[in-house]
Design a protein around this ligand. Structure first.
Ligand code: ADP
Ligand code: MG
Length: 581
């Protein structure tokens, strides 16, 4: 469906056309017609799917000549950047509609200027909840005429602690109004707000994980604890992205990492919520203009920011929420371009988290070995050969003259060229860290580790044998047979000893699971088996490990190439069996 099928005013059609929009995105198709009718809407869709236009176009369309004095539309956004960005886009929609005045109000900017603008008359006000509250208290923002209120990135606003402000603002706005909410996730707090403040809302949910998963190649690298910064430097040097974003989970990490990268000569800058507004704007502009190649940011600071042409996203820290992973990697591969996302992990826990993410996004995240210093030197050598060989313009007369003078001093051409190239090469690989190949996380015995038992609701009555149980667990978790201990089969259930540290992971990975065609549920075992009789007196794990374990598993994680481990490890049977054959 196209914008010109929408029955919009000529002014809007023209503005939208000039922006190069023709086909509507999914969320726009679903929500714009409803919003134009005045319905309340809950819109759920990933970042980069055009939500600003989804609410901005109907908002601009709704403004009339009578709205010159008092605001008719209020948009709340979580951050100053998002408020500025949304205001910028709404102004573009309103280009030919003179009656629309858009005013952005956010903290960290002059209050007086905003008051002046509001006084001059604003029909659409876009702001952060805190500053909007400020203006309401000062009576510089009047809510009497508001007909539409829009909560953009509602989940993020709640995460940032704006709940009270939002509720207070919503209760101040006349109840005869349209209430619109956009959010990437739908936690219970959001549902509470919609129930309280919306009137018979239509829910729209757009699934777009697929889109990201298909366009963006995703990889992971493993490094030893404490060596992530070195690993990142190697990756940035090896891939040399012209524009990349690096995500960290804390503001401090953003600061520290940025400092490290800058010291190592990378054109990097940090972005997080504690920075002054002017500084943040400067960093964003420099990144957009590609003067800053690497933007190190927190999720909140980078949320929803629309920069095109980001070649790669690096997860220095894995995100705390699966949905954030999608948001992060959605910064690359925009507008149909190819993109790549790289996650750096250390330690078993992060490997499990990554596995959970991979299942959530339904994408194959492939493991790659970290490039080592010699790989990078080889790449750079190749690069220098290519660039000199491809040079088209003839060297200047002066260059030859310099070579001749050097020759007169006994430095022949070969030596002179070698000195120049050597300098260039040294510059390109300056400060490259050396990394040991980390020990694979999933190898080795965990003897002596504390164990607990898990409980499977399948037992002797289904003619089950220990090697079936073990095989299924190994298959589902990607762990080695040696990670599992004693297996006790009872009439209708089975307990298996597992390392306590892996319990959550195992429960997560093994549910749901099938053994011999029977669906099986796996839980933590809390019961007592003293009264029960275990079928065959309990199988000593030693026995079935060496004698009953299916052959094909014997070398599961020992000799196979490293890069295979993770794809094996995703419980997708078809993929695995194909690989094995
Ligand atoms: P979201 O709020 O969902 O993260 P944005 O509103 O920031 O997404 O839009 C992302 C980008 O897509 C912006 O650059 C916007 O101009 C562009 N865009 C939005 N809708 C369309 C469309 N129908 N056709 C082409 N580009 C669009
Ligand atoms: Mg947005």
């Amino acid at each position: 469906m196209q914008f010109n099928e929408l029955n919009l005013s000529q002014e809007l059609i023209q503005a939208v056309e000039e922006l190069g929009f023709t086909e509507m995105t999914e969320i726009q198709k679903e929500s714009i017609p409803l919003l134009l009718q005045g319905r309340d809407v809950i819109g759920r869709s990933n970042t980069g799917t055009g939500k600003t236009a989804a609410f901005g176009i109907p908002a601009v369309e709704s403004i009339t000549e009578d709205d010159r004095r008092f605001p008719a539309v209020l948009v709340l956004c979580p951050t100053r950047e998002l408020a500025m960005q949304a205001a910028g886009e709404v102004r573009k929609f309103a280009k030919y509609k003179r009656s629309v005045r858009t005013c952005a109000v956010y903290g960290g900017a002059s209050m007086e200027k905003q008051i002046m603008e509001l006084k001059k008359g604003a029909s659409i006000v876009i702001g952060t909840p805190g500053r909007v509250m400020d203006h309401i208290r000062r009576r510089t923002l009047k809510l009497e005429n508001i007909r539409t209120v829009i909560l953009d990135e509602a989940d993020e606003m709640l995460n940032m602690g704006f709940r009270e402000d939002i509720e207070s603002i919503l209760s101040d706005i006349p109840t005869e109004r349209q209430t619109v909410l956009f959010s990437a996730t739908m936690p219970p707090e959001i549902l509470a707000i919609t129930e309280k403040y919306q009137n018979d809302p239509v829910q729209i949910k757009i699934k777009s994980t697929q889109r990201t998963a298909q366009l963006i190649e995703q990889f992971w690298f493993e490094t030893a604890m404490g060596r992530k910064t070195d690993a990142l430097k190697l990756l940035l040097t090896a891939y040399a992205p012209a524009s990349a974003m690096v995500f960290c989970n804390t503001k401090k990490m953003v600061d520290d990492l940025t400092e490290d990268l800058v010291k190592a000569g990378f054109r990097a800058a940090g972005l997080h919520g504690d920075m002054k507004q002017a500084q943040r704007t400067q960093v964003m502009n420099s990144f957009k203009a590609k003067n800053t190649a690497i933007l190190v940011a927190t999720d909140v600071a980078a949320r929803g920011i629309d920069v095109s042409g980001v070649d790669a996203v690096f997860n220095y820290d894995l995100p705390q929420d699966n949905e954030y992973y999608i948001h992060r990697i959605g910064r690359t591969g925009r507008a149909g371009r190819a993109g790549a996302a790289y996650s750096i992990i250390s330690g078993r826990k992060q490997l499990y988290e990554l596995k959970a993410i991979s299942r959530y996004v339904k994408a194959d995240i492939k493991e790659l070995p970290l490039p080592d210093k010699s790989d990078i030197i080889a790449m750079k050598k190749e690069g220098i050969v290519r660039s000199i060989a491809a040079q088209e313009e003839r060297p200047s007369h002066d260059a030859y003259e310099i070579l001749d003078r050097l020759a007169a001093e006994g430095i022949d051409y070969r030596e002179a060229a070698a000195r120049l190239i050597s300098g260039k090469l040294a510059e390109e690989i300056a400060g490259l860290p050396e990394l040991d190949v980390p020990k694979p996380i999933r190898k080795g015995k965990r003897s002596g580790a504390k164990t607990v038992r898990i409980d499977l609701n399948i037992g002797r009555n289904k003619r089950i044998a220990p090697n079936f149980i073990l095989g299924a667990l190994v298959d589902a978790t990607g762990m080695s047979g040696q990670d599992f201990g004693k297996i006790d089969i009872f009439d209708s259930h089975t307990t298996v000893e597992v390392p306590e540290a892996e319990t959550d992971f195992i429960l997560d990975a093994a549910n749901p699971m099938k053994i011999n065609g029977n669906p099986v549920e796996v839980k933590l075992f809390k019961g007592d088996t003293s009264g029960e009789k275990s079928g065959r007196g309990g199988f000593s794990s030693k026995n079935h490990r060496s004698d009953h374990r299916p052959d094909r598993r014997r070398s599961a994680y020992g000799s196979r190439k490293k890069a295979d481990v993770f794809s094996d490890y995703i419980p997708d049977r078809r993929k695995r069996s194909k690989k094995r054959s």
